[in-house]
Design a protein around this ligand. Sequence first.
Ligand SMILES: Cc1cc2nc3c(=O)[nH]c(=O)nc-3n(C[C@H](O)[C@H](O)[C@H](O)COP(=O)(O)OP(=O)(O)OC[C@H]3O[C@@H](n4cnc5c(N)ncnc54)[C@H](O)[C@@H]3O)c2cc1C
Length: 225
Amino acid sequence: MKVELLQHSNLKICAHAIRTCWQSFDKSDEGGEKDKELIDRVGNKFKHASTLEHLTYTFYISGVSRALLQELARHRMASPSVKSTRYTLKELKDEDTFTNGMSMIELKEKYTDISQVYSDIHMRRASKYLVFTDVLGVDFASVVALENLRLMLKDGVANDKAKFCLPESYKTELTWTINARSLQNFLSLRSSKAALWEIRDLAIMIFETLPNEHQYLFNFCVEER
Ligand SMILES: Cc1cc2nc3c(=O)[nH]c(=O)nc-3n(C[C@H](O)[C@H](O)[C@H](O)COP(=O)(O)OP(=O)(O)OC[C@H]3O[C@@H](n4cnc5c(N)ncnc54)[C@H](O)[C@@H]3O)c2cc1C
């Protein structure tokens, strides 16, 4: 999984929005400590949280599963633009076999521990397309599903139909824009120990990718991590 911060708003934009309410522009320190304190006081402590919506962040998130994507898409107050399987499944067409015709049971018999799996060239190739869980049975089931999909595409089945047998572990990527208010909600829900491990890892990476001077607005959301 990779997270890259593509853009973020300057804190002074949010401070300006807040100062609009009181017309106190003369007190601005252009996103410095006075503005930071103002944003925290008004946006967090006074719960005038709509002012936090003036801060936006755009991330490029890659190497996450479509299972994670479903969870991320539930966060309605954010905008995802996602890699389309409809247009990109051709990436599998020219691949060689991932299983050499072996079933999941046969794969389990061949590889008995994780280190063998990850040193195997076919499994490493498969991991370019799949998020592995480190539970061998689950990962082999994903590899077999990937192989089935590859064969389907080789047989000339159109992407639109072939995509219906994609495993949930199939990797995807997206550009994701979210404002600070919604990001607080996302980080609180998804960095919690109750969240699924993959989206929890993502939430923590997103927090760590934020500019240092912004993190103070989100510290309380990731306390449980
Ligand atoms: C641990 C965990 C387990 C989960 N398990 C399941 C599950 O089993 N099944 C399942 O379907 N989902 C599940 N979810 C997803 C969850 O129900 C939410 O859809 C998801 O977390 C998005 O949260 P949200 O609605 O707060 O975010 P957003 O959609 O981004 O909304 C942000 C905020 O805007 C407000 N808001 C948005 N839309 C409305 C609205 N229509 N009416 C009123 N206020 C609104 C709310 O204050 C909301 O918190 C789970 C989430 C977590 C964290």
